[in-house]
Ligand binder design. Structure first.
Ligand code: F6P
Length: 745
């Protein structure tokens, strides 16, 4: 309707303008016609009255002539009739001729022209016709017509012209509005369909059914344009933003208008542990926590997680919430309580004995038990309930983390269909053949496809996921846009490489690198100048700790000059220790360290040990001291989604020193090619990399480190989260647009 008014009003104005502009032309034209008519009429009258008038004149009966003229001028248009016998005489006339008409001055009315006279009686037309007779051979008849009817007619004509144009405008408008409405409906339907991602071009049948195949090419172009604009907008925004906690807050309050943000993960960022009669707060060794914690500090949302600490229940309020960080609360943890059986089945069992080895190609067989699966389903449902109860609105943004909660996205979607669920899978996604081992593969996939956005660290993992869906699900896979539509829900599969806080917190960089180097050596009773490589991991079989030890052994075999001059300090945070595979892995790691130390260790001499194994938890401050004090950092994962130790080491080295040795099987290797990239299964290559790292000149260390620091600075963890939130924001804006258009979102 608004569109119609917008169109019709200007049209009416334009046509009224045209009518107004052409009115004078119409006037001139009609005047010309009337003058010509009156000329003809005057000639006719003159001819008609010639004979009787000649008779009267011949008879010399002036009174009769006057009466004759008076009779003729009863005609409403004939104003006056006169007769001039000579140019000296006074005219005989029906009534007083206008003062301008003199017998002596008739010649001017005989010349060609319009013969119009603007007299005090109004506009008049003057015609002079020769009326010779025997008495007056130069006699002339003067016929004066009243022209006021021309003005009346002109007004009438103008009125008609105006009404004609208005009627024309109305007809044109009506036709145009009808056509526009029909087309607009078509367009709207097309646009809605496009915005819903149905895509006319991808569904030609739908376009044909809508009776508008002509829209297909336009739809295609439009769709491409929208996508280009979106990605351009994002790319531009991304590169223009300085990614800090403030930038993230600005996105939340600007693009997302302060919408509800909820993070859900199994692992909690702060664990309250009872030590005697004291309560201690522990930070878990978890890449997930490392990445998300700064985000939550910036966003002040709610983080739902398993309350696993021995004192966790003692510190929560009656809603199971506790503010963290303890020293200055910035957000809330909402704790979910699990029984020992649930934890055993869901966390140790299905998640870590099933999915973990399934997704990591680390040659450990996955174990799938139906009892574990039952717990996994039940615990996922428990988390879903917690999400619903923590949502302040019907459309929160929920960030679901990792393989523990694969069913959660669909469960949330069922309860809160307008929620935007962003799921991030922190571990690798295997190829379809490997994934097919899982007896509940379809349930896992269906669960994940409840997400609006599903993120992986690398494009390779995105590809594997989409291939897996294509193989096992009745879903529509769009490889051009990397979206999967399953049971009417579309999921965008995207690559978001995770990262670390940049710059790192001031307190972990406080101590100068040289001081850290000295302190690390003192702490481990190593001499000054002793060369140190560090390994910092959870004690997990995917981390390649055994392979790292073998590389050290090979280094000392091949380059004995390093014996007693070099040590690998391995910090191994205990993890999942109730799982058999982890227990046996720990035993193997300990045994190998002992064997290598015996082989290259003191042996009667007072030499430092080649491997210093520390199976214990270290806090961030201590870990950064090792990062900053070491000569090199060795990351030898057999398979790893990203590996944040690599990025943390780079972030810690503001002195631009230190060498990173990095497994080619980590996501990080794709972003940090300036590291020494190795195959952890190739022991000789790893030994050579160790030797190279220990002998690398300072200038080369600086050049490599600078490039790596540039990347981590530019692609920090705020950018990781910001990109997901920006994508969620444009998704939400798009669905608002569709809703505003009246269509289903
Ligand atoms: O790498 C996978 C992962 O879940 C990470 O996201 C997390 O950092 C790590 O494992 C910790 O595992 P858990 O929570 O079992 O200690």
């Amino acid at each position: 309707m608004r569109l119609s008014l917008r169109f019709v009003l200007p049209l009416l104005l334009v046509l009224a303008g045209i009518a107004y502009a052409i009115a004078p032309l119409v006037d001139q034209l009609t005047l010309k016609w009337f003058v010509r008519d009156l000329d003809i009429r005057a000639a006719l009258i003159a001819n008609t009255i010639q004979e009787p008038l000649q008779e009267q004149l011949a008879a010399g009966k002036k009174a009769k002539i006057g009466a004759f003229f008076a009779r003729i001028t009863q005609d409403e248009r004939l104003y006056a009739v006169g007769y001039c016998a000579t140019d000296q005489s006074v005219a005989l006339a029906s009534r007083a001729l206008p003062a301008e008409i003199l017998c002596s001055d008739l010649t001017r009315w005989e010349l060609p022209g319009d013969h119009l006279l603007a007299s005090s009686q109004g506009p008049l037309h003057v015609a002079v016709k020769p009326m010779a007779n025997e008495l007056s051979p130069t006699g002339k008849l003067v016929l004066i017509h009243d022209m006021s009817f021309v003005t009346r007619r002109s007004e009438e004509t103008k009125r008609y012209v105006f009404f004609f144009f208005m009627a024309l405008a109305a007809v044109v408008s009506l036709i145009t509005v009808v056509i526009a409405q029909l087309s607009w409906r078509g367009w709207l339907a097309g646009m809605r369909s496009l915005l819903r991602g149905e895509g006319l071009l991808r569904d030609p049948a739908a376009a044909a059914k809508m009776g508008m195949p002509e829209f297909r090419p336009i739809a295609r172009d439009l769709q491409r344009l929208v996508r280009e604009l979106e990605s351009e907008h994002r790319a531009r925004d991304e590169s223009q933003i300085t990614w800090t906690p403030d930038a993230l807050r600005a996105i939340l309050h600007g693009e997302l208008r302060g919408d509800d943000v909820i993070v859900v993960s199994n692992r909690e960022p702060y664990i309250h542990q009872r030590r005697g009669d004291r309560i201690e707060v522990q930070r878990p060794a978890s890449g997930l926590v490392t990445a998300l914690e700064p985000i939550m500090r910036a966003c002040s949302g709610t983080w739902i997680a398993h309350g696993s600490g021995s004192a966790d229940r003692d510190v929560v309020d009656r809603h199971d919430r506790v503010g963290v960080p303890p020293e200055k609360p910035a957000y809330q943890i909402r704790r979910v309580w699990l029984s020992a059986e649930e934890e055993a089945g869901y966390y140790y069992g299905f998640a870590n004995e099933g999915l973990w080895p399934l997704c990591h190609i680390a040659h450990v067989r996955p174990v799938f038990r139906s009892s574990d699966w039952a717990h996994y389903v039940a615990v996922n449902r428990k988390f879903a309930k917690a999400v619903v109860s923590e949502s302040r609105t019907r459309n929160p943004i929920v960030l679901v983390q990792d393989y523990h909660l694969a069913l959660l996205p669909r469960m949330i979607h069922e309860e809160l269909p307008n929620a935007t669920v962003i799921t991030f899978w922190h571990i690798p996604w295997p190829n379809p053949e490997a994934f097919a081992i899982c007896p509940w593969r379809q349930e896992i996939l269906a669960g994940l496809l409840g997400s609006s956005i599903l993120g992986f660290h690398t494009q390779f993992h995105c590809n594997n996921f989409v291939d897996t869906v294509d193989r096992f699900m009745e879903a529509r896979v769009d490889r051009e846009n990397f979206t999967v539509t399953f049971r009417g829900k579309s999921t965008a599969v995207r690559r978001y490489p995770i990262s670390v806080d940049w710059p790192p917190a001031a307190e972990v960089l406080e101590k100068p690198a040289e001081q850290c180097a000295a302190d690390v050596r003192n702490l481990n009773t190593l001499p000054a100048g002793h060369r140190i490589c560090i390994g910092i991991d959870r004690l997990d079989y995917t981390k390649g700790i055994l392979e790292r030890f073998r590389a050290v052994e090979r280094l000392l075999e091949l380059n004995p000059e390093w014996i007693g001059r070099f040590s690998l300090i391995q910090i191994a945070a205990p993890t999942r220790s109730s799982i058999d595979e982890y227990q046996s892995h720990e035993a193997q790691v300990r045994a190998l360290a002992v064997r290598i130390n015996e082989r290259f260790g003191r042996g009667g001499r007072d030499l430092p040990l080649p491997i210093l194994l520390k199976v214990e938890h270290h806090d961030a401050q201590q870990v950064y001291e090792y990062y900053r004090g070491a000569d090199c950092c060795f990351v030898s994962s057999l398979h790893d989604g990203m590996n944040l130790v690599a990025k943390e080491f780079v972030a810690a080295r503001d002195d631009e020193r230190g060498v990173l040795i990095l497994s080619q099987f980590t996501g990080a290797a794709r972003e940090l090619p300036e590291a020494l990239i190795v195959n952890p299964y190739d022991t000789d290559q790893c030994a050579a990399a160790l030797h190279l790292a220990l002998s690398m000149p300072a200038a080369e260390q600086r050049d490599r480190m600078r490039l790596m620091r540039g990347l981590v600075a530019e692609f920090n963890v705020y950018r990781w989260a910001g990109r997901m939130l920006l994508d969620a924001a444009s998704m939400r804006q798009r669905s608002h647009l569709v809703e505003a258009g009246g269509g289903p979102a």
